[in-house]
Design a protein around this ligand. Sequence first.
Ligand code: ZN
Length: 151
Amino acid sequence: MNVSELYQSVILDHNSKPRNFREMESFTHRIEGYNPLCGDHFTVFLKLDGDLVADISFVGTGCAISKASTSLMTAAVKGKTRPEALEIFERFHHLITADLDEELDLESVGKLAVFSGVREFPARVKCATLSWHTLRTGLTEDESNSPVTTE
Ligand code: ZN
């Protein structure tokens, strides 16, 4: 399976069966993310226990890339500490915003590597990063109810 086939299958899988796709009853952070360019609109629920991401979930609608990226994001950071989750954010963000000719360390990001192709499509970068920015807002602010937009 080549990278684009892998990309297709991961996106399709997470789009049709998104992980952690539910509302959360008791959360510490509820952050809304909106990408007006595409219409992607998600609410991310975060439950921090001290420095630990004890639980994370999301609801909302968006294109296949945004939904799959949000699903993978929740799977990637659940059970991680806040610094670990922020590091995963940095790696993912670099992965899809790096210059096209830059060699990327795809080993370190696991399944998220399938998103490396997104950097060729600037309009899609916002779809893929929306929920990650939303997550970072929740991780870096004590209380946040202000929506995150990609504009
Ligand atoms: Zn989108």
